[in-house]
Design a protein around this ligand. Sequence first.
Ligand code: HSE
Length: 315
Amino acid sequence: MKVTVKVPATTANLGPGFDCLGMALPIYNTITIEETVLPGTGVEINVFADSDIVEQSSLEHIPLDNNSIVYKAVELLYNMIGQSPAELRINIHSNIPVARGLGSSSSVIVGALFAANELLGRPADELALLSIACEIEGHPDNITPAIVGGLVISSQEDDGSVVYRKLDWPEEWAVTVCIPDFELSTDIARSVLPAEVPMADAVFNAKRLAMFVQAVHTKDSELMKLALQDKLHQPYRMKLVPGLNSIIDNLKHFDNVLGCVLSGAGSSILIISEKNNIEKIRSVVKDSWADQNIKCEIRTLSIENHGAQIITNED
Ligand code: HSE
């Protein structure tokens, strides 16, 4: 049996929603799991770059053995039904750039889980898959939209269960993802965060996140401009993303820009704007990064409202 799953990229945090807000984007990895017939061959994992924005070199340091997140995802699912994975070939075709804050690790965890679940006759429902995936990833903000699509607010509770709700993204707002030519690992980007933050900063974010939800709900651009700010992670990560400060500064003069934030843990930058004047926004980012000798790929994207989908299931 052979199952292929398509999983979208995701952007997380969206300014004030550290570790809880995320949104699916129309860039996809596909993950195929095939039962192989040769006994004793174990689990074989292969990764292929399927697009120009995924460098083969960035795939080379991804673990492919039993320490990989893909193996762990499959193993946890098999263990849930009292089995261990064996004789499987897992092929990952990668279009989502690695270590750029676009949910490439979530997409492969989710893809492997969905494919293995299908092979096993669907022992896990959506909530069980969410819990297993978040256990591996450590936070739900990329995993949940990778599974359910759209813009989502989610939380993994103390008992491991995941609670989420989808929000409707206003069609009037454009999402521009600016992907630089340098990687930033989430581990490094999390290592610069403090264990505790000042009460005033926590209150700042609580206010912004409430504003975000209301701004999205009522399509209120002026409120969204206030909402797209953060004091929990971005100030600490600024130094890891050269040019981010000047891009934010240069975009302040644009009335149609609602906000410019880190995508997930970086290194990509996400710009939320109204749909006019996008070319000008793109050239500001390109020029600001060019001043730092950084090349980039910039894409203005629609929101992907579907999460992971099984695209083939062959006996
Ligand atoms: N919320 C996460 C972070 C997203 O900012 O570290 C990256 O996985």
